[in-house]
Design a protein around this ligand. Structure first.
Ligand code: SER
Length: 605
């Protein structure tokens, strides 16, 4: 392989340049730039992390009005753990950035493809070689016809028919992200990363064709009974992977050679005294996992390692990296050391990682320290358990509870030796011993969004009422630390140093129920972030100021119902009157979630 290094070569495009070019191009085409949303999604019970640029935009794709308009562009922080097993090769990552542009019922197929083509090939923008581009389109099935229109547009741009692959739903269809919701055919753009001349015919299985951009034409709403209903509002949703695109346009066939990873690899080389060549897999896994951990910890809604939810994924990432560090003979704590180069890479674009660096550093240190104490003994125990070439459920449980081995780590160790862990037995064991964390069982790591059902909408409005009631009863220090709403219940984390007493709970319930009874109107207004702050709206204030945000008001003085009860920055959706909550609000549980954070569960009876 020809090894090229970004910092020796002035022809290399940097990540900041590529990101900025993308945003500038779409701004020039009438799009508003929106900031990256948090990595930890709000009000979405089915996913732990933001997995795509479209993820925070789901309510708007379903028809809510976006305050920034109907043409949007962003660079979004994403975490996907679905193919964590593939991390270690040259192109898969747990944390990545997705560049995207959206039309919310504005332009559609033709204009979207034209813009993609212009950005990729125009000398003013990426100036990529047209002879190295290949395309895939949806070939059609019983639900939706072949995307003739997309094909025709690409042919008109001069892409030869042999370079256009026609594929099925597995490849050229996107969404719905959950069970129901917006979806449609997509067209994908590939770039030739091979050193040889690009073949005349496009073979999508040839890995040298790197998929870098996906234009989704959201024209259907998948309904509960599995039908594809044409959407009233047709949208465009596109996603370009920053890391991959940066690599291919600069001629690298390994994403870790780009400036988004190489400084981390350099540090790992130094710490281990080993070369990258020959140690690619462990070094890539460590760089990827500790980068993802740094971004999760450094998020404004960052979480700490734990045995549930996003905290559990974080724990798995850190512990897996520590184990690979041991393989490279790194004997001292090293994960927090790596954050120095990671923060340097991202601090300009995501200043929160610099601001939260103490939290990142301390949590990594604590977690690594804790795991190192048991890792060696755990590995010995694992070797003992595996003498009969299998790991029983109770053995996996001992490794988990006594030695801190996440199930997935035990599974990986077993796989390396060619045998399996009895997962069902392990889960039974967990259930016997404790309240099983939902995350440890399957299903939570895949993508997927909640459908905006009436029940979740009602509980979402109830959450706004409860937050305000909490502030009135416990004090203005109350901050929302996370929320998760299913059709059955709402779960809400707030900053509060001590247990909320039964009397306080009663007061909070009463305040919420009074607002339901008063049937207050709910409406929203859009305004700049600074204005939202000024009027005392609650909510997470994102980093970029001057942005327009939506503020939801419960109660409206103009309607004659008296005072505004709550003001909160939020994307929606909500009911239009609190009377629609139709039921009695009840707090069913109050417990500690982590230091200084209380977790509340509540229902509408
Ligand atoms: N939602 C699509 C994807 O994730 C395009 O943004 O690929």
């Amino acid at each position: 392989m020809e090894v090229r290094f970004f910092y020796y070569n002035k022809d290399i495009m940097t990540a900041n340049e590529l990101r900025q070019k993308y945003l500038d191009f779409f701004k020039a085409k009438g799009h508003s730039e929106i900031p990256s949303a948090s990595l930890i999604p709000e009000n979405d019970p089915t996913v732990l992390f933001t997995t795509a640029g479209m993820h925070p935009l789901v309510p708007y794709l379903m028809g809510e009005k976006h305050p920034a308009g109907n043409r949007l562009t962003s660079a979004q922080k994403c975490v996907r753990t679905g193919d964590i097993d593939e991390v270690g090769d040259a192109t898969h990552h747990t944390f990545f950035e997705m560049l995207g542009n959206w039309s919310l019922g504005d332009y559609f197929k033709e204009e979207a493809i034209k813009m993609s083509w212009e950005f990729l090939t125009s000398p003013e923008w990426l100036n990529l070689d047209k002879n190295k581009i290949a395309i895939s389109i949806f070939k059609g099935d019983g639900d939706s016809p072949k995307d003739e229109e997309a094909k025709k547009i690409w042919l008109e741009f001069g892409i030869p028919a042999a370079r256009i692959a026609e594929l099925g739903k597995d490849d050229n269809w996107w969404g719905p992200a959950g069970q129901t919701g917006p979806c449609g055919p997509d067209t994908e753009m590939f770039y030739w990363a091979g050193k040889e001349k690009a073949p005349a015919k496009f073979d999508p299985k040839d890995k040298r064709w790197v998929e870098s951009w996906n234009d989704v034409f959201m024209q259907y709403d998948k309904t509960k009974d599995g039908r594809f209903k044409p959407l009233a509002q047709k949208n465009v949703d596109t996603g370009m992977g920053l890391e991959r695109t940066l690599a291919v346009i600069n001629g690298f066939d390994d994403n870790y050679r780009t400036e988004l990873f190489w400084p981390i690899i350099e540090q790992i080389k130094k710490l281990s005294g080993k070369e990258y060549e020959g140690n690619e897999k462990p070094m890539r896994i460590i760089a990827d996992h500790i980068k993802a951990a740094t971004m999760i910890l450094g998020d404004d809604r960052g979480v700490a390692p734990s045995n549930t939810g996003a905290g559990y994924v974080l724990r798995r990432l850190i512990r897996r990296a520590v184990r690979y560090g041991k393989q490279l003979d790194i004997t001292q704590n090293f994960t927090s050391e790596l954050t120095k180069s990671i923060i340097k890479i991202y601090q300009e674009v995501y200043p929160e990682v610099e601001e939260n660096k103490k939290f990142i550093f301390d949590e990594l240190n604590k977690e690594e320290e804790k795991f190192r104490q048991t890792l060696e003994k755990g590995e010995k125990m694992f070797a003992k358990f595996s003498q009969d070439r299998q790991i029983s459920g109770s053995e996996a449980f001992i490794l988990f509870s006594t030695y801190g081995f996440p199930l997935e780590l035990t599974q990986e160790l077993a796989q390396e030796q060619g045998y399996e862990v009895k997962v069902t037995e392990f889960e039974e064991e967990m259930e016997k011993h404790a309240e099983l964390s939902k995350t440890a069982s399957a299903g939570m790591f895949k993508g997927g969004l909640a459908d905006a059902s009436e029940e979740t909408k009602r509980l979402h409005t109830a959450a706004h009422l409860m937050l305000e009631a909490l502030r009135r009863v416990l004090g203005p220090h109350i901050q929302q630390k996370g929320s998760n709403i299913t059709p059955e219940r709402l779960r809400f984390d707030v900053s509060h140093p001590e247990k909320i007493t039964p009397e306080q709970i009663k007061q909070i319930e009463e305040i919420v129920n009074e607002q339901i009874k008063a049937d207050l109107p709910v409406h929203w207004e859009e305004m700049p972030v600074a204005k939202a702050k000024e009027i005392g709206a609650t909510g997470v204030f994102e980093h970029k100021y001057g942005e327009q945000v939506k503020v939801y008001f419960v109660g409206d003085p103009a309607s004659g119902t008296g005072q505004v009860f709550s003001k909160e920055i939020c994307g929606g959706p909500h009911v239009s009157h609190t009377g629609e909550l139709a039921g009695k609000f009840k707090i069913t549980k109050e417990e500690s979630s982590s230091a200084g954070v209380r977790r509340i569960k509540a229902i509408l009876q």
